[in-house]
Design a protein. Structure first.
Length: 358
């Protein structure tokens, strides 16, 4: 039997210690209702779900929101209390990590005398549900990734000495938006030469020169789902040191891709890539995690990091993105997205990653 996302949440709530969930974040509202909105609340009990939204969205939500009834949001401060009361809810869990203290205080006041649970219980429950992608989610991620890969092919013909980092990033952005992306996954990174040693460097007016590495980290959004990829290309020629570093990163990236499978602790996944880089003598120059989940947000559970306590499971979509960053010299990062399958993983990224010299 196929369950809606809200039904999966209701099933997970059965032994959670609360009988109502209040979802306020745009990302989780989108995930559960499959309807994008900038305002509103989703109220969920064991038997019912109600999406409360304002007049800008209510008509469209009535037609498109999945698994819930739709109610027009009013200015009456008692609306949430009354709706939860009608749903026979007495203990409400909230998204503690997605609201500030003022929002929490306002909700507590609104729902009094109902108990409000504001620990990580609901956050963790939702993160676990979202981390296991359903087939329709995978297809949306594939579509977003396809646009990003078209953009990569295009940009390889665009990059040449004299182009600025900013021009490269804007060209990637325009191409993705022009070819079907509803938004960008994040602010596109395009850094060159010595700027490449900053993993999240901001594209500037530096002109690309012969002998540079150019690292580009970018992605597209389709139907609310993100893609994420990074490629480092060379311009003109490369030094032996650049080749060495590139090949170490590529070896680490491939080793991790080969290791990804259900049951693998995320900390062990990180270690697979990190060990390759450390054994080559560059361990001090790889400071970030080896990967992260991707879905309706660009960074989702689980994280492939040394501190993670999570274990990979079928349905996860995670990035594989080791890097080496030499201050004042250059940097290299290579990133694919992988879908965890019963037998291992499927690489959702088809773009070449052997060293490309433009």
């Amino acid at each position: 039997m196929a369950y809606t996302r809200i039904e999966r949440l209701q099933n997970a709530m059965a032994n959670s210690g609360f009988d109502g969930a209040l979802i306020v974040s745009p990302e989780n509202r989108l995930y559960f209702t499959q309807f994008p909105s900038s305002d509103g609340y989703l109220l969920v009990s064991a038997e019912k779900a109600v999406f409360v939204t304002d007049s800008r969205y209510v008509e469209a939500a009535e037609k498109k929101a999945v698994g819930c009834s739709v109610v027009l949001q009013t200015t009456d401060s008692t609306q949430l209390f009354e709706l939860f009361s009608e749903m026979h809810v007495t203990r409400v869990a909230v998204e503690a990590s997605r609201m500030n203290l003022a929002q929490y205080a306002r909700i507590c006041n609104t729902l009094e005398p109902m108990a409000v649970l504001a620990d990580s219980t609901l956050d963790n429950l939702i993160a676990g549900l979202r981390s296991v992608k359903q087939p329709d989610e995978i297809e949306k991620i594939r579509a977003a990734q396809n646009i990003a890969e078209q953009a990569f092919s295009h940009i390889c013909d665009f990059i040449k000495p004299g182009k600025t980092e900013r021009e490269v990033s804007l060209e990637l952005d325009f191409f993705m938006l022009h070819h079907g992306a509803e938004a960008l996954s994040f602010e596109t990174i395009a850094v060159s030469g010595e700027n490449g040693s900053m993993p999240h460097g901001v594209p500037g007016d530096r002109k690309i020169q012969a002998g540079d590495f150019v690292t580009m980290d970018f992605g597209a959004v389709v139907d609310g789902y993100h893609s994420d990829m990074t490629r480092t290309v060379a311009v003109g020629q490369v030094s032996d040191r650049q080749k060495e570093v590139y090949n170490v990163v590529l070896s680490a990236q491939k080793a991790l891709l080969s290791a990804l499978r259900p049951g693998l602790p995320c900390s062990e996944a990180d270690k697979v890539a990190r060990d390759v880089i450390e054994q080559a003598g560059y361990g001090a120059y790889f400071g970030h995690a080896a990967g992260h989940g991707v879905g309706v947000e660009i960074h989702e559970f689980p994280n492939l990091s040394p501190r993670s306590k999570s274990v990979l499971t079928v349905g996860n979509v995670v990035t594989d993105e080791p890097g080496i960053y030499l201050p004042g010299e250059f940097g290299v990062r290579i990133e694919d997205m992988a879908y965890i399958t019963p037998d291992g993983c499927e690489n959702l990224t088809a773009s070449p990653k052997e060293l490309i010299i433009l």
